[in-house]
Design a protein around this ligand. Sequence first.
Ligand code: RTP
Ligand code: MG
Length: 135
Amino acid sequence: MAVERTLSIIKPDAVAKNVIGEIITRFEKAGLKVVEARMQQLTREEAEGFYAVHKERPFFNDLVGFMISGPVFIQVLEGENAIQKNRDLMGATDPKKAEPGTIRADFADSIDANAVHGSDAPETAAVEIAYFFGK
Ligand code: RTP
Ligand code: MG
């Protein structure tokens, strides 16, 4: 299986709950390595650009408003099968549907305040990593 990189964001709700360390520990225990990271307060323009694929969706304004409601922790995770592995660790978008033991089941409050973002495919991972960390 290939070594991949994926973009992970610890969203404002999880940063406010002081669980950055607990979430990173889950990635590390699963064999993913943090190879880039920073805290950032996103501007509206940065959040809109990041989630541009969703701009026609009814939840877009709420999503952007939430993502700029406080600082986020943005990181690049590297490891075997990192993109799918991260998605498996995160759990379903709606924490009510997330498997027990996943990050969203354990730390998320709602489909909006759902603790983490993770790239969903190799193409989006490349674009999202470049968006925040350049080439
Ligand atoms: P993410 O991009 O944040 O990792 O989440 P995801 O792939 O699991 O979900 P996605 O479909 O890409 O949606 C992005 C974010 O928009 C919010 N959302 N709200 N109210 C709704 O029906 C709805 N659907 C999506 C969620 O906060 C989701 O993380
Ligand atoms: Mg997504």
